[in-house]
Design a protein around this ligand. Sequence first.
Ligand code: NAD
Length: 287
Amino acid sequence: MTILDGKALSNKIKEEVKADVVKLQKEKGVTPGLAVVLVGSDPASAAYVNMKSKACKEAGIYSIVHEMPDTISQDKILEILAMMNKNPNIDGILVQLPLPKHVDTTAILEAIAPKKDVDGFHAYNTGRMNLGLDSFIPATPYGVMELLKEYNIDPQGKDVCVVGASNIVGKPMSTLLLNANATVTTCHIYTKNLKEHTLKADIICVGVGKVNLITEDMVKDGAIVVDIGINRLDNGKLVGDVDYEKVAPKCSYITPVPGGVGPMTIAMLLKNTIKAAKLREESKLND
Ligand code: NAD
């Protein structure tokens, strides 16, 4: 069994990003900038935003966090996003999810300029990704694809079971794997017999948010298991959706939690921010 080491690959990508930032500054006089919108006081969201800001700082990317109270109106968020869309120092904008219930998430995501949509959640980027065209790719599934590539795992022709079908994890994961010519089955809360599907899979990618959802009896020998889930236990320990200790010995490859997909997500966000900065540079040239 080989561990898919997301921490190691993410460090390598972060170094590449750092070098790219220096190059952009030297050659074009551009410092990439990322704006993060954090609404409310959810501690997990605040922790993710902190990690993203810290990673930006380390890579030399300029980053600002707009913190807003739970009670903020949707119109006010839209107003702030409109300002960021126009701000020439901001290349990428991301809104940390989930948003409070009174806010329409789709309306907020659609208000981000597609060329600054570094999370890749805008319908423009989702549509382009579906068509296999150049776009911003959501960082988590993008990170999974890069991790597979690093270990020379080609999804082409493989039976893949994606468990979880959210707009930000499961659906884009399935799309990217389909675009890579895998045979993809997407499972979700209404799937009748999850085990029936996971047992057939050469690759299982699970992103649900349920401790021990994937147990040893659900995984065939030699399968590749990618655990996207993040769950915090009462004792503070972070675990994924896979019963790691029992499942790992059956696998040819498996991601640990932490140290698998999580660090890749941050690295790919930085990569998307560099992409946005380059787009800004190109659009200046076209003016
Ligand atoms: P979500 O709640 O929006 O979606 C969960 C999905 O799981 C839904 O499609 C639902 O139908 C499905 N589901 C729920 N119970 C199920 C069950 N018993 N069997 C099969 N499917 C089931 O969550 P999300 O935002 O997609 O996040 C999913 C998980 O991924 C969470 O643990 C989240 O913390 C984690 N996550 C990790 C990263 C990372 O960087 N590693 C990034 C984003 C999200």
